[in-house]
Write a protein that binds this ligand. Structure first.
Ligand code: AMP
Length: 418
């Protein structure tokens, strides 16, 4: 999929080419066509995913399709939580729009208001603003937002965290009801849902995992270890550094249950969530985890999808996923919203191919360190992994020694989702 296929005009394609972007990022692939269809969107995308171009490019495209008017007026309003982000977004607007005739400016507090008033008087098409100073302009009638077609809220979760909700509501009161609204947020909370319900009209949901571009917030490490030593190593890591909140992933429901029980035996409070647990049990496990009553939540990939927890410090892949994209989803649970996070993978020799596929996907080698006392036994040979995991095989049901699965065809197996 190229930028051209997304339906962007020549002026934008030229600007993209100048930036050296070869192809759209996942959020751009998903969001751009939807925005061009004039739909509202609710997008879960963090910084580093290319989200700014994801909304700026189609916005510029749609604005360029408007009939020119005699007098310039504000057509698009982009709200950001901080002045730094406002500057960054306006730079992107200017960069991608350099071959289009639109004027843009930033509006934020902590600087003199008069130059902003002068700029607005001259005529501005696209305003990038923080809510507080924008309200000053609204109350002084130095900005006219009555013809806004586009409203974009960038990093909406941070705006809510910073207490901007009332300011946002006041801004909404002076812009037309009929408009296209795009809401970007790194996290989904109840407040974000409330805001999106009140603001968006039949929104299309766009959610993308972080790409490797954005994973610098996440420190990734692989600890090679024998399968039979994984549990001991996990307990050791949790106790050694006194980890307070750890999300642990397994491939199967069975393993999630088993591991959770074993951790309890090791004196580490733990709960498991997976598809076989009732909704109530899942809600309770999650609530206990969030409240710090249980230290470790052991989850399968599917069960973890609905979890929204900010700022998880540690994610552990007790078993690597057989679908490499799941690795990206898993580690995206940590290092959110600008916080540092650590993603630790305990990898036994059976999983070498899974690891190779993951490294291919994220286009980098993950740093490997052997934890003292847990060096893998080099005489142990790789064995096939059975993704069915029903609890009947040897060693706790996660293995099928006679099933004829070879490591080579592991990728062709059912996704083993639980
Ligand atoms: P953002 O998530 O909007 O903060 O963007 C993160 C970085 O990705 C910025 O430095 C952009 O210049 C860059 N970027 C955006 N889109 C692309 C793309 N399609 N290819 C390569 N880099 C990109």
């Amino acid at each position: 999929m190229s930028f051209k296929n997304l339906g962007l005009c020549d002026q934008l394609l030229r600007a993209i080419k100048e930036q050296g972007y070869e192809e759209p990022t996942p959020v751009q692939k998903e969001a751009i066509p939807v925005i061009l269809k004039k739909r509202d969107i609710l997008a879960g995308a963090q910084t580093g995913t290319g989200k700014t171009a994801g909304f700026t490019l189609p916005m510029l495209q749609l604005l360029s399709e408007h009939k020119p008017t005699k007098k310039t007026h504000v057509k698009a309003l982009i709200l950001t939580p901080t002045r730094e982000l406002a500057i960054q977004v306006q730079e992107s607007v200017a960069l991608y729009g350099k071959f289009l005739p639109f004027k843009s400016c930033t509006i934020f507090g902590g600087v003199k208001i008069n130059p902003q008033i002068t700029a607005l008087r001259k005529g501005i098409d696209i305003v990038v603003a923080t809510p507080g100073r924008l309200l000053d302009h609204i109350s002084q009638k130095t900005i006219d937002l009555s013809k806004v077609d586009f409203l974009i809220l960038d990093e909406a979760d941070r705006m809510l965290d910073m207490g901007f909700i009332n300011d946002i509501k006041k801004v909404l009161a002076v812009i037309p009801k009929q408009k296209q609204t795009l809401l970007f947020s790194a996290t989904y909370s109840k407040d974000i849902k409330k805001l999106s319900d009140s603001l968006l009209n039949a929104p299309v949901l766009v959610e993308v995992a972080r790409t490797n571009q954005s994973s610098e917030q996440i420190q990734q490490v692989v600890h090679p270890v024998d399968k039979t030593k994984k549990r001991e190593l996990l307990t050791h890591l949790i106790k050694k550094d006194d980890w307070k909140q750890v999300l642990v992933f397994t491939r199967t429901k069975h393993m999630a249950n088993r591991l959770s029980g074993q951790l309890e035996t090791d004196g580490i409070s733990s709960a498991a969530i997976h598809g076989n647990k009732s909704q109530n049990a899942r809600v309770k496990a999650l609530a206990d985890f969030k409240a710090g009553k249980v230290k470790v939540l052991v989850a399968t990939d599917i069960a973890a999808r609905g979890i929204d927890i900010d700022q998880l410090p540690h994610v552990v892949n007790y078993e690597l996923p057989n679908v490499p994209e799941d690795y990206v989803h898993r580690i995206g649970r940590t290092g959110r919203a600008g916080n540092k996070g650590e993603a630790v993978s305990l990898v036994c020799v059976d999983e070498d191919e899974f690891l190779a596929n993951i490294e291919k996907l994220i286009k980098k080698d993950i740093h490997k360190t052997i934890v003292k006392g847990f060096a893998p036994d080099p005489s142990i040979k790789a064995e096939p992994i059975n993704m069915g995991g029903g609890g009947r095989g040897r060693g706790g049901g996660n293995r099928n020694r006679g099933g004829g699965n070879s490591r080579g065809n592991a990728r062709n197996k059912p996704r083993g989702r639980n």
